[in-house]
Design a protein around this ligand. Structure first.
Ligand code: DC
Length: 233
């Protein structure tokens, strides 16, 4: 029987993918979305876009009101792109800036602002209203889309996640592997301990430890869960 209480096939579902930084969420979510021809929503990119703007405008994360006010005035667009996803802020392509070390180090502080989270969560829910969405983040299965038909919680060891980020950033950023390991451990702790929507596995989420898995194995595993849900299992 499916969630609607009937036994038929479900045409379109929502897929929530959560997990800590560097667990491979965005790569995997994008591949799952491509395969199913679904829309991919990278919610971390939304928190990153806000952070980038606040750093540029010199607005501290302690100034909750100003952060919220400016966020409500900005237009964030997520567009599919051959190398991933393009992030536009008020029409400007800010994709190259939002993954910088500077933004990565500051984003957890802005992501703790309750008003900002409420605002972004509402936007995210609207994006998923018509189903057919793969959304990744920290609180998708628990808060944003508690009714998602498939919920995945992706993990990998801190060492492995740091190594993946190191390869992704390349040497141009000048950040050492040790520094990345420390940053990831610090962000895990901030994301897990914050009061609003902390990073935690939804009770009904399937946990996948990807430390020893290839990307394709993870994608195939998730797709098989999706197919069984669509078949009403
Ligand atoms: O997934 P990411 O590394 O791009 O996320 C950037 C930051 O945003 C990270 O510190 C956690 C935060 N985040 C969040 O709090 N809730 C989400 N749904 C997505 C990301």
């Amino acid at each position: 029987m499916n969630k609607q209480g009937t036994t038929g096939r479900i045409d379109r579902i929502n897929i929530a993918i959560d997990g800590p930084a560097g667990a491979g969420k965005s790569t995997i979510a994008r591949m799952v979305a491509n395969k199913l021809q679904y829309i991919y929503v990278d919610t971390g990119a939304m928190y990153r876009a806000v952070t980038w703007l606040m750093l540029k405008e010199g607005i501290s994360a302690d100034n909750d009101e100003k952060v919220l006010q400016m966020s409500q005035q900005m237009v964030i667009e997520l567009k599919p792109h051959e190398n991933g996803q393009m992030v536009l802020l008020n029409g400007e392509d800010i994709t190259p800036y939002i993954r910088s070390h500077e933004v990565s180090s500051a984003v957890s502080r802005y992501a703790q602002i309750e008003g900002l989270r409420t605002y972004l969560v509402n936007l995210q829910r609207q994006m998923a209203m018509h189903k057919g969405v793969v959304m990744d983040g920290r609180d998708i299965g628990t808060t944003v889309l508690p009714d998602a038909e498939v919920k995945i919680f992706l993990t990998a060891s801190v060492k492995e996640r740091a190594l993946r980020r190191y390869k992704q950033l390349g040497e141009a950023e000048g950040v050492s592997l040790e520094q990345l390991e420390m940053d990831i451990a610090r962000r895990d702790s901030l994301d897990e301990k914050r009061e609003v929507s902390p990073l935690r596995r939804a009770e009904d989420a399937i946990e996948l430890d990807t430390t020893q898995m290839t990307i394709q194995q993870v994608v195939d595993t998730i797709l098989s869960y999706c197919i069984s849900r669509m078949d009403g299992e």
